[in-house]
Design a binder for this molecule. Structure first.
Ligand code: S3P
Length: 173
């Protein structure tokens, strides 16, 4: 089985994915890391040098490739992945794949992303909390229609990582 973790930037897809993989004895793959390895560039440099459209093409290409894997995998994808190129349909229609939306409130995301924006090209330039709130509020409004299509939704607000993992496992099995 492949478990795909989706959600906005900083919703914990990578850190929770690693923990979940350990717990279930699955392999862990992060789509951004996979693209960075293939491109030999950081995501920020892919955006800077080759542009976002190129990044989205690679994201689509490698997502399809990874969803064909036969072994047990936790796959965390980028915050934008479900929102481009019909990727959400690709995820929902793939065989043996379960999708989980890690849902976070606007204030949780803003607080986390004020500390973690540097490596994220879409928000790295934002300076104040007010601007971050305005940007993420609109962005999330556009994206949530895609995230909401995931089979399972798990909220992360005010929970420890272990609590979230427990909730994911309860939903899955
Ligand atoms: C993006 C999210 C990032 C990365 C890229 C674009 C987005 O991944 O794919 O910077 O469009 O939301 P994370 O969600 O892991 O930060």
């Amino acid at each position: 089985m492949i478990i795909v973790l989706i959600g906005y930037m900083a919703s914990g897809k990578t850190s929770l994915g690693k923990k979940l993989a350990e717990k279930l004895n699955y392999s862990f793959i992060d789509l951004d890391d996979f693209i960075e390895d293939k491109e030999n560039l950081s995501v920020s440099d892919v955006f800077k040098i080759k542009g976002e459209i190129y990044f989205r093409k690679q994201e689509f290409h490698y997502l399809k490739q990874l969803l064909q894997a036969k072994n047990n995998i936790i796959l965390s994808v980028g915050g934008g992945t479900p929102c481009y190129s019909g990727n959400m349909d690709v995820i929902l229609n793939a065989e043996n794949v379960k999708s989980i939306y890690l849902k976070a409130s606007l204030s949780t995301l803003v607080n986390k992303l004020m500390k973690k924006k540097a490596k994220r090209p879409l928000i790295a330039h934002i300076e104040t909390k007010e601007e971050m709130t305005e940007f993420i509020g609109k962005h999330l409004f556009e994206r949530v229609q895609f995230y909401n299509q995931a089979e399972t939704h798990v909220t992360i607000d005010n929970k420890t990582k272990d609590d979230v993992i427990e909730d994911i496992i309860l939903e899955l099995f």
